[in-house]
Design a protein around this ligand. Structure first.
Ligand SMILES: [Zn+2]
Ligand SMILES: [Zn+2]
Ligand SMILES: [Zn+2]
Length: 138
């Protein structure tokens, strides 16, 4: 729980039990989590609205980032390097495994720069690669 404490402090977030639990869940997970995943891990310790708001706050503060999946709902993962408030700087690849269904941040794999036609200003770049992850490819 100590690490969660430190992270909250680093992002100037007031400490609450719910926040600490959620940060902890992300710290312990090796893959990106959906809202439902977080709710399941939380159980009935906190109500849905609080969980929803907490995720929203974390997203705004730059503690977690959205991981686009091929599902209709987003997943979230911790930002390894602290992101600015309302401004995420991620250009890493996300990898979705077709076998275990988990999506991972490949922090060290940078998305190549895409040259856009004049007049187009990119705000966010997402690259999802599907395949078989390292855990499943034995
Ligand atoms: Zn971020
Ligand atoms: Zn896998
Ligand atoms: Zn990521």
């Amino acid at each position: 729980m100590k690490q969660a404490h430190t992270l909250l402090k680093q992002y100037n977030l007031r400490h609450t039990d719910c926040r600490e639990h959620i940060v902890d869940i992300f710290l312990q997970s090796t893959y990106a989590l959906s809202h439902a995943d977080v709710e399941e891990a939380i159980g009935d310790r906190h109500d849905r609205v609080t969980v929803y708001r907490t995720l929203r706050t974390f997203l705004d503060k730059g503690l977690i980032h959205r991981v686009l999946d091929d599902l209709s709902f987003p997943k979230y993962a911790l930002c390894k390097a602290p992101c600015a408030v309302h401004e995420h700087h991620h250009a890493h690849v996300h990898f979705k495994c077709n076998q275990c269904g988990q999506t991972n941040c490949l922090e060290d794999v940078v998305i190549p720069t895409v040259v856009l036609p004049t007049g187009y200003r990119p705000a966010e770049t997402n690259l999802l690669i599907n395949g078989v992850c390292i855990n499943c490819s034995v």
